[in-house]
Design a protein around this ligand. Structure first.
Ligand SMILES: Cc1cc2nc3c(=O)[nH]c(=O)nc-3n(C[C@H](O)[C@H](O)[C@H](O)COP(=O)(O)OP(=O)(O)OC[C@H]3O[C@@H](n4cnc5c(N)ncnc54)[C@H](O)[C@@H]3O)c2cc1C
Length: 448
């Protein structure tokens, strides 16, 4: 059954050259790059803080897979990591050989000024799910606020919502999840604990958390844990002197459509049950965890994939694995993919299975990289919209490579720079010179 909604009017609150929707890794890259190109930029974020999955889902271990590689973070991501480190050091992490990790709490504070200092006007609590479209152009984006709908007018718009919400509202076709049945990777609610015996964990210069993780996997596979959550891995993030482990990436809810409120409700509640079960399991089975307490649960369930919009080119896993060269390359990234099976299947799958037969993960090896072409950021049928981050045009397995946090910031940086060029030259993102875009990105130290 459907009903017709009453017609409404909305005040036009502001006008921008470039409007970025979504303040996660992609949105930060896009907004900062567009502002640095001289455009008037507005960034809209539905939550009360920036950072996307890093802060809202505690995904603090960005780029852990760069560890031991010669590939170093570049562009705005590299700059952000460096200046964060100058201010907050290792975020209290005492794990040996730890690669850089953010604290999601310090990062919230850091991002407020990092983004504003670039000249971006930020509006939080600004949820967008409606646009005004005229032909191939979006003229306005509508914020659903508590005071009613409010419109922002913009020349160029960049969708960095992770779910492709702006593109969806504008009618752009998309894929979601696995081709066969549209199932996405599981959703996860990460959590944080305190009271771990930090001294014991590092005894003898060892990282005992790694040992615990390995043993947990073996026990899970041997059917010994009795836990109801289908997850064999238990990645853990920063450990502080005070015995806090800031990020435990464990509960998985399967078969959740990240765009359905009914499914999201099931995912959040199911994951919270798994957290309680795991907390009890840890106390009883992990050495040094007996005095552990639950410190906090991430504000929201996090997703690794969601809608992937149809762009002028669809990046494939073969492109990733073959390191295919594209003349319109806008970012280079270590060859990597990491996909949790949508079926809770703990076998080892292969990229060709596309997640049909089990978990597939390939950590980068030195010298093996892949290129992301500009056309994956250009949604079909629209002339003033770009997308960046995990919702760009890619197949399901290729997305599990481009979803890496720094890669999302790279595509954001490219989209922001392209939108800035389009504004300056009164062109569209599709008609700008890709060579000029690449030249500007190189001057911004983005690795191509
Ligand atoms: C459990 C888990 C573990 C992960 N582990 C790693 C890892 O170890 N390393 C790694 O690199 N990556 C990891 N990822 C993937 C990574 O977190 C994401 O792929 C990445 O954050 C995507 O960035 P994004 O900017 O595209 O989207 P998001 O991070 O999802 O940011 C989107 C932003 O847009 C906002 N938004 C959404 N919709 C709207 C709307 N309609 N209106 C206004 N604002 C909106 C959101 O609030 C959010 O701030 C993990 C993800 C999960 C869930």
């Amino acid at each position: 059954m459907t009903i017709n909604l009453p017609q409404r009017t909305a005040a036009v609150y502001k006008e921008a050259d470039v409007l970025v929707v979504g303040g996660g890794p992609a949105g930060i890259g896009a907004a900062v790059a567009a502002a640095r190109s001289g455009s008037r930029v507005i960034l809209l974020e539905k939550r009360g803080f920036l950072g996307g999955n890093i802060t809202a889902s505690y995904v603090e271990t960005c780029n852990h897979f760069f560890h031991n590689l010669t590939f170093k973070a570049s562009g705005i991501y590299g700059e952000l990591e460096q200046s964060y480190r100058a201010k907050f050091g290792s975020s209290g992490d005492i794990r040996p050989n730890a690669q850089h990790r953010f604290s999601s709490e310090y990062l919230k504070i850091f991002l407020d000024t990092f983004v504003a200092d670039a000249g971006v006007e930020i509006f939080l609590h600004s949820f967008v799910n409606e646009v005004v479209r005229e032909g191939n152009k979006i003229t306005h984006v509508v914020i659903q606020g508590k005071q009613g709908p409010v419109a922002i007018k913009a020349a160029q718009i960049i969708d960095c919502t992770g779910d492709g919400d702006v593109a969806f509202a504008a009618g752009v076709p998309f894929d979601q999840g696995r081709d066969r049945d549209h199932r996405c990777q599981p959703g996860t609610v990460n959590f944080r604990i305190t009271g771990v015996d930090a001294e014991f964990m590092l005894k003898g210069g060892e990282d005992h958390l790694k040992v615990i993780g390995k043993r947990f996997r073996e026990d899970y596979r041997a059917g010994k844990t009795g836990l109801s959550c289908k997850r064999q891995d238990i990645p853990m993030g920063r450990m502080t002197q005070a015995g806090q482990i800031s990020y435990i990436n464990y509960p998985c809810a399967y078969g959740i459509d990240p765009t359905s409120f009914a499914d999201l409700t099931r995912g959040e509640t199911e994951c919270r049950r798994y957290i309680l079960e795991m907390l009890d399991y840890m106390k009883k089975n992990f050495e040094g965890f007996d005095k552990t307490e639950l410190a906090s649960i991430a504000p929201e369930i996090g997703f690794r994939d969601s809608r992937r919009i149809h762009g002028d080119y669809r990046l494939t896993i073969d492109d990733v694995l073959s390191g295919r060269h594209f003349d319109d390359e806008i970012a280079l990234f270590p060859q990597f993919y990491d996909m949790l099976s949508p079926d809770a299947n703990m076998n080892e799958g292969s990229p060709q299975d596309a997640g049909y037969n089990g978990y597939i993960c390939s950590y980068p090896k030195d010298g093996l990289n892949f290129e992301i072409p500009y056309r994956t950021l250009l949604p079909q049928g629209l002339d003033n919209l770009l997308v960046a981050g995990r919702c760009i045009s890619a197949d399901h397995v290729a997305e599990s490579g481009v979803r890496a946090i720094s890669a999302c910031m790279y595509t954001g940086q490219a989209a922001g720079t392209a939108a800035g060029i389009a504004c300056k030259k009164s062109l569209t993102p599709r008609t700008i010179s890709v060579k000029e875009l690449q030249d500007v990105l190189r001057t911004q130290n983005l690795k191509l």
